[in-house]
Ligand binder design. Structure first.
Ligand SMILES: [Zn+2]
Length: 291
């Protein structure tokens, strides 16, 4: 139990409670995300990236987690990570997993049946996995009472995808939700309630949306993969290999950093390792984070 608890982190945004529930923490080569960058490209930022976001060898620490948002009205789960027992993910270490994410969720005081809404910032494999779980050989919705908010714009670019890995996402993580009648279709800008809204942040994928939280005077912003690693707070113009439209992604990311610098808005990074909830500040002409 001790170990389960250690993977949970809680944030307060006014009267909203946000709980981070970890599925997997990975250490990966920067080349996976930034094809044209050497490890030395991180050197100007080592003093604030290490040890939380870069290890001693300058490998990137990448966290794959959900945020459970507990508002006055609803329990909302943002991004559903990789999941268990999946196949053909395109990443060998993500296939046929048997992790204890659901136990973590319960330890975070949230049973699957307590979730009212599920929202995936986009439909990539590491954001849709726990949409479903394998029961008696069939993929069924993990959250039996939830409406899953699927963005029509995102689905439009996925539904006819032909690659083996994309088909695996559709067949294992998306279609079972549609077939169960648990989808609520939304179109980009959408408010779940008076405290939680979707914010279009296109580029990583066409229908990518971040999530804005307002708890009284306090605000927070969940990035999704608009920004995968904190180094991009200082270097928003770095190209992410996984971005579908790289120029649009850079424009979106640069605008985001401008708009959120030196403001009292907590940035909850969808792949940011602990401390995960950070603030963008400017120091000596350089953007970086405080926490
Ligand atoms: Zn991702």
């Amino acid at each position: 139990m001790e170990q389960v608890k250690s993977n949970i982190q809680t944030f307060e945004v006014g009267d909203i409670e946000v709980v981070k529930v970890l599925d997997l923490l990975e250490s990966i080569s920067p080349k996976v995300l930034y094809e044209d960058k050497a490890r030395s490209a991180f050197d100007p930022h080592l003093d604030w990236l290490q040890p939380h976001f870069l290890d001693a060898k300058k490998s990137m620490l990448l966290s794959i987690h959900s945020f459970v948002i507990k508002t006055r009205h609803h329990n909302i789960l943002v991004d559903t990570c990789i999941g268990n027992h999946k196949s053909d993910s395109g990443f060998p270490q993500w296939n046929d997993r048997n992790g204890n994410y659901l136990a973590e969720l319960v330890a975070a005081d949230c049973r699957p049946e307590d979730i009212d809404y599920v929202f995936c910032t986009h439909m990539h494999v590491d954001h849709t996995g726990w949409n479903t779980q394998l029961k008696d050989g069939r993929w069924v919705p993990t959250f039996p009472n939830a409406k899953y908010l699927f963005n029509e714009r995102e689905w439009a670019c996925w539904k006819d995808a032909e690659s083996k890995h994309d088909r695996a996402v559709i067949e294992q993580n998306i279609m079972p939700i549609i077939e169960a009648g648990q989808v609520q279709w939304v179109d980009n800008e959408w408010s779940i309630d008076d405290q939680v809204s979707l914010v279009p942040t296109p580029g990583h994928t066409p229908g990518h949306c971040s999530v804005a939280l307002t708890g009284g005077e306090k605000k927070a912003f969940i990035t999704g993969d608009m920004m995968i690693h904190p180094v991009q707070i200082a270097e928003p113009q770095w190209q992410q290999s996984a971005d579908n439209d790289k120029a649009l992604a850079i424009k979106t990311r640069t605008g985001f950093v401008e708009d959120h610098c030196d403001r009292d808005i907590m940035i909850l990074g969808t792949h940011f390792n602990t401390p995960t909830g950070v603030y963008i500040i400017e120091q000596k002409g350089q953007r970086r984070i405080s926490f």
